[in-house]
Design a protein around this ligand. Structure first.
Ligand SMILES: Nc1ncnc2c1ncn2[C@@H]1O[C@H](COP(=O)(O)OP(=O)(O)OP(=O)(O)O)[C@@H](O)[C@H]1O
Ligand SMILES: [Mg+2]
Length: 643
C-alpha cells in the first residue's frame, strides 16, 4: 500500500499486429505489477501473473495512460512501440492512483542527462540482458518538478505523457482540472495524509480483520472510511451507510438498498426469500468487504437480520457469511430512527446490544485526534457534551455565544432545527420574503423516474429555487485549497449566464456550474443527477446535518428529543467564534445510558498496566487475544471520564 511502484489487480494484456488483430493475450484475475528501471534508465512495467512468466513492457514518452475510470479501479496503458495495450481492473482506486502518479512522476523527471537511449531492438540484438532495479521512492524534488511540468503544460498544447493527446487545458474553470493534475488532486501521497490512529485502522482493515472504529465528531471517521474504500478492490467491496446523505458522502449506497430485505420489519423467512432474488443475491455473494458508516443509526434488530441473511444467502456459517465487516460511527451521536405505533413498546436497540455484533469479534478502535475543530477549549466542551455533561464551564461558554455576531458580508448563520418541518418552513418563508425574481434550477436525472430515489440518496434537491440574496450551502468539494468545500456557506450575489454567482464567507466567488452525483444501485447499475451544487441554508434539520462540517451555525436546542441531538448540532461548528447557541439549558444535553456503559466497558478493557504496554511481546499477545485495537492500547489517558 505504501509503495506506489507496486500494484495488485486484474489484468488483460493484448499484443496487436500492425493490422490491429490480437496476436497474443494474457489475462489474469490477480497479477502483480511493478515499475522498474533498466540499467539504461528506461522505465518498465513488469507484470507477474499466475501461471505465466514475468512480462516487461517499456513505458516511454509515447505511452498513453487512460485514467478516466481510475476511481472505479480501472485504467488502460498503451505501449505504441510494442503495439500492446494493458487493461487494468478491480484495482484498489487509491493504489491505482498512487501507481499511475508514480509512473507519471518518474517519467516526467525523465532519464538523467547524458544517458544514452537504447531501443529494445538494439538491446535484443546485442544479446546483452538488461538489469532492472526497483525504482526509488518519489522525492519531494521529483514531485515538485513533475507538478511544475504539468502546470507548464496546462498553458500550452503540448502532449501530456499521460494522455498522449494534444489539447488545450482549461485552467480558469474551477471544475475542470487538467488530466495530469487529477493524479495530484487532494493528496500528494495518500497514506501520508492519515494520522497515526487512522493508519492503524487502515492496516487492520487491509489485514482482513472485522473492525469497528469510533471517535468523537470530527475525528475523521468518514474521511478515513473513504481512504479504506479506496484501498480495497472495488468489485468485491460494498460501501454503505445508514442514511442516504451519509452514503453519498462516502460514494456508496444505503445499507437498506444493498441488503434488499425491505425496512427490516418482515419475518426472517421472508427476508431470506427476498435476499435470494436477483440482483440482491449476486450482491451478497460477490461481496467480500462490507462497509457501514453511521452505524449508530442502524437499528440493532435490522443488523441482526442482515447478519443472518448474509449467512443464509452465502451458505456460510461464519459471522456475516464470511464477509469482512468494517463498521464506523459514534454511538453518542444520533440513534436509530424507528417509528412506533401509539401504545407500541419501544424495542429499539443499538447494534452493539446484539448477538450479531458480538459474534463478529470486532477489533475496536477509538480515534482521538479531532480534525474538524482546532481550538482545545471548544474540543473539551464538546467532549463533555458528548457524554451528557453540561457543567458550569460548558454553560458559561455556550451561553456567552448567544449574543455574538457571526454574520459576515451578507452571509447569515444557518439555523439548526430539531424538527425537519421547521427547517423547511424557515427556508421557504425566507426565500419568499426576498424581493426579486426567482430562478428555478431543475436537476437532470439521467434515468427517467429516478427523481424520488435521488432526492433520498443525494443531498442535492431535484428543484432548486434561488433569488439574489438567498442563503446557500455548497454541496461538493469544488476547490479544496480555495475553501470551496462541501458545507461552505455563501449567498447568491447575481445570476450570470443563467447560473448563480455565489459569494462565500471567505470572500471567494464561484459561478456554480452543474455538477454530477452518481449513486450505485443494488443491481450494479447507477443513477446520476446533474444539478448546481447548492441547497438553501437559512436552516437545516439536525438529522440532515449529521456528518457535515458547517461554516457558521446558530441553534436553539429547546425542542431536542433524542440523546446526542444537541451534541450533533454543536459539533458541526468548527469553532466557538462561528457558533451561536440561544437559550442554552443543561437539560438539553444528555447521553443514552446504554451508550455510556458500552463506552465505559470499552474503556475498562483498554486500561492495562503501563509496563505491559511497553512490553512488545505482551502487547502483541494482548492484541491477538482482545478486541482492542493498537491505537487504543497505546494511549496513556482514559478515553472518557464517565462518572
Ligand atoms: N488526517 C486528516 N488530516 C487532515 N484533515 C482531516 C484528517 N482526517 C479528517 N480530516 C478533516 O476533518 C474534518 C472532519 O472529518 P470527518 O467528517 O471525516 O469526521 P467524522 O469523524 O466522520 O465526523 P462526524 O462524526 O461528525 O461524522 C473533515 O473536514 C476532514 O477532511
Ligand atoms: Mg462522519
Amino acid at each position: 500500500m505504501e509503495n506506489g511502484a507496486c500494484l495488485c489487480c486484474e489484468i488483460n494484456v493484448q499484443w496487436l499486429s500492425k493490422q490491429g488483430a490480437v496476436q497474443r493475450k494474457l489475462a489474469s484475475k490477480r497479477a502483480n505489477l511493478r515499475i522498474l528501471r533498466a540499467d539504461n534508465k528506461d522505465l518498465f512495467i513488469e507484470i507477474v501473473a499466475e501461471k505465466s512468466g514475468p512480462v516487461k513492457l517499456r513505458f516511454g514518452k509515447d505511452s498513453q495512460v487512460h485514467n478516466k475510470f481510475m476511481k472505479e479501479g480501472k485504467s488502460s496503458i498503451k505501449f505504441p512501440n510494442e503495439n500492446v495495450t494493458l487493461f487494468l481492473s478491480n484495482a484498489p482506486p487509491e493504489q491505482l492512483k498512487f501507481f499511475l502518479r508514480t509512473l507519471f512522476i518518474k517519467m516526467a523527471n525523465g532519464k538523467p542527462a547524458g544517458t544514452p537511449t537504447t531501443s529494445l531492438r538494439t538491446q535484443v540484438l546485442t544479446h546483452k540482458p538488461s538489469q532492472y532495479d526497483e525504482i526509488s521512492p518519489i522525492t519531494n524534488g521529483e514531485m515538485e518538478k513533475a507538478v511544475k511540468k504539468a502546470i507548464g503544460r496546462s498553458t500550452d498544447t503540448t502532449p501530456s505523457p499521460l494522455s498522449g493527446k494534444k489539447r488545450k487545458i482549461e485552467r480558469t474553470s474551477l471544475d475542470k482540472a487538467p488530466a495530469a493534475k487529477k493524479l495530484y488532486a487532494n493528496s500528494p501521497i495518500p497514506i501520508e495524509q492519515l494520522d497515526i490512529e487512522q493508519k492503524d485502522v487502515l492496516s487492520a482493515c487491509l489485514a482482513g480483520q472485522n473492525v469497528f472504529f469510533t471517535g468523537s465528531a470530527g475525528t475523521g471517521k468518514s474521511y478515513l472510511l473513504r481512504k479504506i474504500i479506496g484501498a480495497l478492490p472495488p468489485d468485491v467491496t460494498t460501501a454503505t451507510a445508514s442514511t442516504g446523505v451519509a452514503a453519498c458522502h462516502i460514494g456508496g449506497t444505503t445499507l437498506h438498498q444493498f441488503a434488499g430485505i425491505g425496512g427490516g420489519d418482515l419475518s426472517l423467512e421472508r427476508s431470506f426469500q427476498l435476499a435470494l432474488k436477483p440482483p440482491t443475491v449476486t450482491n451478497w455473494r460477490r461481496c467480500k468487504h462490507l462497509i457501514i458508516d453511521e452505524i449508530s443509526m442502524v437499528d440493532g434488530g435490522y443488523f441482526e437480520k442482515i447478519e443472518a441473511v448474509a449467512r443464509h444467502v452465502r451458505r456460510n456459517d461464519k459471522p456475516f457469511g464470511g464477509i469482512q465487516v468494517i463498521l464506523c460511527g459514534d454511538f453518542f451521536q444520533l440513534p436509530p430512527v424507528t417509528k412506533f405505533e401509539p401504545g407500541q413498546k419501544n424495542t429499539k436497540k443499538f447494534c452493539f446490544q446484539t448477538q450479531a455484533w458480538t459474534s463478529c469479534r470486532l477489533n475496536t478502535f477509538e480515534l482521538k485526534q479531532v480534525h474538524r475543530q482546532t481550538d482545545n477549549k471548544f474540543i473539551s466542551i464538546l467532549n463533555k457534551i458528548r457524554i451528557g455533561k453540561a457543567d458550569e464551564e460548558v454553560m458559561n461558554i455556550l451561553r456567552a455565544t448567544s449574543k455574538q455576531k457571526i454574520e459576515r458580508d451578507g452571509i447569515l448563520a444557518t439555523r439548526l432545527c430539531s424538527h425537519t418541518k421547521d427547517a423547511d418552513i424557515i427556508n421557504q418563508s425566507k426565500l419568499q420574503a426576498l424581493e426579486g425574481e426567482s430562478k428555478i434550477f431543475e436537476a437532470q436525472d439521467l434515468v427517467p423516474g429516478s427523481g424520488k430515489q435521488l432526492d433520498q440518496l443525494t443531498p442535492v434537491p431535484g428543484t432548486l429555487e434561488l433569488k439574489i440574496g438567498a442563503q446557500v450551502m455548497l454541496l461538493k468539494n469544488i476547490n479544496v485549497s480555495a475553501g470551496l468545500v462541501n458545507g461552505a456557506r455563501g449567498v447568491v450575489k447575481a445570476f450570470k449566464d443563467n447560473l448563480p454567482l455565489i459569494q462565500f464567507r471567505n470572500k471567494k466567488e464561484y459561478l456554480a456550474q452543474r455538477e454530477q452525483w452518481t449513486i450505485k444501485t443494488a443491481g450494479g447499475g447507477s443513477l446520476t443527477r446533474k444539478q448546481v451544487p447548492l441547497k438553501l441554508a437559512w436552516a437545516f434539520s439536525i438529522h440532515k446535518s449529521q456528518g457535515l462540517t458547517l461554516d457558521c451555525v446558530e441553534m436553539s436546542l429547546g425542542r431536542v428529543f433524542e440523546a446526542g441531538q444537541a451534541y450533533v448540532a454543536l459539533s458541526r461548528a468548527q469553532n466557538l467564534e462561528t457558533l451561536r447557541v440561544l437559550d442554552f439549558k443543561s437539560g438539553q444535553v444528555w447521553a443514552n445510558p446504554d451508550v455510556l456503559s458500552f463506552y465505559k466497558n470499552m474503556d475498562q478493557t483498554r486500561i492495562i498496566p503501563l509496563g505491559a504496554i511497553n512490553n512488545k511481546k505482551v502487547l502483541g499477545a494482548m492484541r491477538k487475544k482482545s478486541t482492542i485495537g493498537k491505537s487504543k492500547l497505546m494511549m496513556d489517558k482514559p478515553i472518557l471520564s464517565i462518572s
